[in-house]
Design a protein around this ligand. Structure first.
Ligand SMILES: [Mn+2]
Length: 360
């Protein structure tokens, strides 16, 4: 069975309707990317109809050749010119059927139009079936994520040479993004976070004109895309450390604590374990470290699934039950955030395997 036949089968394991319709408006649905494997093209106003025995792509003249050259063998490509032809083609295929859509992506405005024009018997939400199918990765998907991770690791390896007193967070973010591309990324997988000093206490800080000063944190959270797949890594450095200062001692202790929590969490990851349990291990360690000085300062989930999306589904959250399985890729990213002082986060991407887990 081909790779895409297997993907279709996986999706229909969790869905009992007749067809799944992925409709790209201006943005590309990541489930479109999963089912097509396309790495080139915009595919605006393109419909991908998946059924148990194959897929049909309805696309415009603009994308037709691009689609033909990349299509998997399970896919038939049909071109349409104009909205009425798209409607007729769609109606012909789904009239009277039970059709699943990705309700987490498709805007309500477009959904209503589809509903009116297509004469499907019933539309249902196939979001969960789609996202569950994507949780366990195939070897080729893991290879792509591994590449995306390697690009960011290589970029981190040389980055301290680029730290200069007085540079802004924006300067460093621009340099980091450029280096990722030079190292093979097709693009960043999300907006790179660079946070100096006390800004590092804000987990989602957007790089601004803050300037780098000696004996301060430099937190960088970045990801690369490679062949449609994402990575997501974080490192925290201290710029020109003053090892005799009280401030340095605190910063250094925060770094050591977070790294230990990250390592402990990794060691507890294996198939069958609930993601909530892994979060708990890291959170308990941080809360109890140093007689409780960091209690309550780890303020987010330990990790999320990674794949075509940076947040590719549940991972290691305290709130959702998620049984880990071999082939899943999740981030392991504990942090300590001390408002007014600074923050530390270390993040690596973990492959869950039969006999345990390892950083990619
Ligand atoms: Mn992350």
């Amino acid at each position: 069975m081909g790779s895409f036949a297997r993907r279709i089968r996986r999706v229909f394991e969790g869905f009992d309707g007749d067809a799944i319709l992925i409709y790209n408006t201006g943005l590309v649905d990541s489930n479109f990317t999963y089912l097509s494997g396309f790495t080139s093209g915009i595919f605006e106003n393109t419909a991908l109809l998946a059924m148990r025995n194959g897929m049909t792509l309805l696309t415009s003249d603009l994308e037709y050749e691009t689609a033909l050259s990349q299509r998997p063998k399970e896919m038939t490509v049909v071109r349409y010119s104009g909205a009425s032809e798209l409607r007729d083609q769609l109606r012909k295929r789904i009239e009277g059927k039970v059709v699943g859509v990705d309700a987490s992506f498709l805007p309500y405005h477009y959904f209503r139009k589809l509903k009116r024009l297509s004469k499907a018997r019933k539309f249902v939400d196939a979001t969960d079936a789609l996202s569950e199918a994507r949780l366990v990765k195939e070897p080729s998907e893991i290879a792509n994520i591994r590449k995306a991770v390697g690009i960011v690791k290589r970029t981190f390896n040389g980055i301290e040479r680029h730290f200069k007193a007085g540079m802004t967070e924006k300067d460093l973010a621009a340099q980091f993004d450029n280096l990722m591309r030079l190292n093979g990324a097709s693009e960043p997988s999300f907006k790179t976070i660079v946070a100096f000093g006390k800004n590092a206490a804000l987990p989602h800080h957007a790089p601004d004109y803050s300037r780098l000063k000696p004996n301060e944190f430099v937190l960088i959270d970045a990801g690369a895309k490679y062949n449609n797949y994402c990575s997501d890594l974080t490192r925290t450095f201290i710029f020109m450390p003053d090892r005799r200062s009280e401030k340095w001692r605190r910063m250094d202790d925060m770094i050591k604590t977070v790294k230990s929590a990250q390592r402990l969490a990794l060691e507890s990851i294996k198939p069958g374990v609930d993601g909530r349990h892994v979060h708990r291990i890291a959170a308990d360690y941080i809360n109890k470290a140093e007689k409780g000085v960091y209690n309550g300062l780890f303020i987010h989930s330990l990790g999320h699934s990674i794949g075509i999306d940076v947040h590719d589904g549940p991972g290691l959250s305290p709130f959702t039950r998620n049984r880990l399985d071999a082939g899943m890729v999740v981030s392991d990213e504990p942090g300590i955030y001390l408002v007014g002082f600074g923050g530390v986060r270390f993040e690596d991407d973990v492959l869950v395997a039969e006999n345990g887990a390892s950083f990619l």
